[in-house]
Design a protein around this ligand. Structure first.
Ligand code: AMP
Ligand code: MG
Length: 325
């Protein structure tokens, strides 16, 4: 049986488990991560095995700050320093040239490593007390909905003998922005809460957003395959006007409840874009648990300004994959 623990005792026990090469699920501000000692190849292999994650999809290495980040990279460019000083701890992951100490399995045997400092007191306490970086892909079976509560992790891995650190609900609610700093042209590989405009301004450099659409046959980042974040129930993403076609056996995730007839089971979601992001995975987990014949997701409102646009882009990218056939 997996178990959920909270408080200082949970951190101490988590550190012990990590030291023994075991896995510890831990909260971050984005989603819950499935943690293992990043320098222990066997422990990292356990992460891939438990998730059913292909070895071709590299992991993010979580660090407690810039000093630790420098231990896993071969080179720390000025742009990385600017980004880290501006957004860490926070939801921005940087891809950089890898240091030799990082086992190949972490990086899908490539020459680069993804690194991030998460903004959650439990995550930071765990990494700091452990004293070493921790790999942390989302703590869910590969391809399924990411977890934003300890109970979601438990639902995904009830029998894994997994220790889950309870840090409450994840505030950001969608995965970090992944930015690649390893070539001359800096690129966003995965859109997130922090958008290309903001990062471009931070480093006074143009950057490219090449996160492929779900239907793009070329997955430019190894992890960016079409179907991901998927409920078990068939799910569709629809504009507000289409909701009227839902039937009684459907579940609808909606922010405009008042403006359409209440057919099916309604799961409300805030219309404000950041709150939509922080609630969307929880809503999908709730919808899936009810076993409806279909889940309908109302597209998030358009919003305004570059920050809202960035968050909406990140949400739409996730929902495109959640509904990808
Ligand atoms: P996850 O931790 O499951 O949310 O996914 C991590 C994301 O970071 C995936 O999209 C990976 O493909 C991406 N990633 C991790 N390491 C690298 C790397 N070295 N190069 C490019 N993308 C990476
Ligand atoms: Mg994931």
């Amino acid at each position: 049986m997996s178990e959920i623990l909270e408080g200082p005792h949970a951190i101490a026990f988590g550190v012990k488990r990590l030291g023994e090469g075991n896995l510890v699920a831990f909260p971050t501000e984005t989603v819950y991560g499935l943690g293992a000692d990043a320098f222990n190849a066997q422990a990292v292999q356990r992460v891939f095995t438990l998730k059913g994650r292909p070895n071709t999809n590299p992991l993010i290495v979580h660090v407690s700050g810039i000093v630790m980040a420098k231990t896993v990279v071969a080179h720390w460019p000025d742009a990385a320093d600017l980004i880290a000083r501006t957004y860490w701890p926070g939801p921005v992951t940087m891809v950089l040239p890898k240091a030799d100490v990082v086992p190949g399995i972490v990086c899908a045997n490539g020459s680069t490593v993804a690194v991030r400092c998460p903004e959650h007191p439990c995550a930071l306490a765990l990494i700091e007390s452990f004293g070493k970086p921790i790999v942390g892909p989302s703590a869910n079976p590969s391809g399924h909905i990411s977890p934003t509560t300890p109970e979601h992790v438990m639902d995904g891995f009830p029998d894994a003998n997994l220790m889950i650190v309870d840090g409450g609900r994840c505030r950001t609610g969608i995965e970090s922005t992944v930015v690649d700093l390893t070539s001359k042209t800096i690129r966003i590989l995965r859109p997130g809460f922090i958008g290309p405009h903001a990062i471009s301004k931070t480093i006074s450099q143009n950057i490219e957003s090449i996160a492929p659409l779900p239907h793009d046959p070329i997955a430019r980042s190894p992890g960016l395959i079409g179907a991901h974040y998927q409920p078990r129930t068939p799910t569709k993403l629809v504009p507000t006007a289409a909701l009227k076609s839902a039937t009684d056996s459907d579940t609808i995730i909606t922010w405009s409840i008042q403006s359409h007839p209440a057919k099916g089971t309604l799961i409300p979601i805030p219309r404000q874009i950041d709150a939509y992001a922080s609630n969307i995975y929880r809503a999908l987990h709730d919808a899936d648990r009810g076993n409806p014949s279909a889940i309908w997701i109302e597209e998030p409102p358009t919003g305004s300004g570059t920050d809202e646009l960035a968050i909406r882009t990140a949400i739409m990218e996730r929902l495109g994959r959640a509904t990808h056939k």
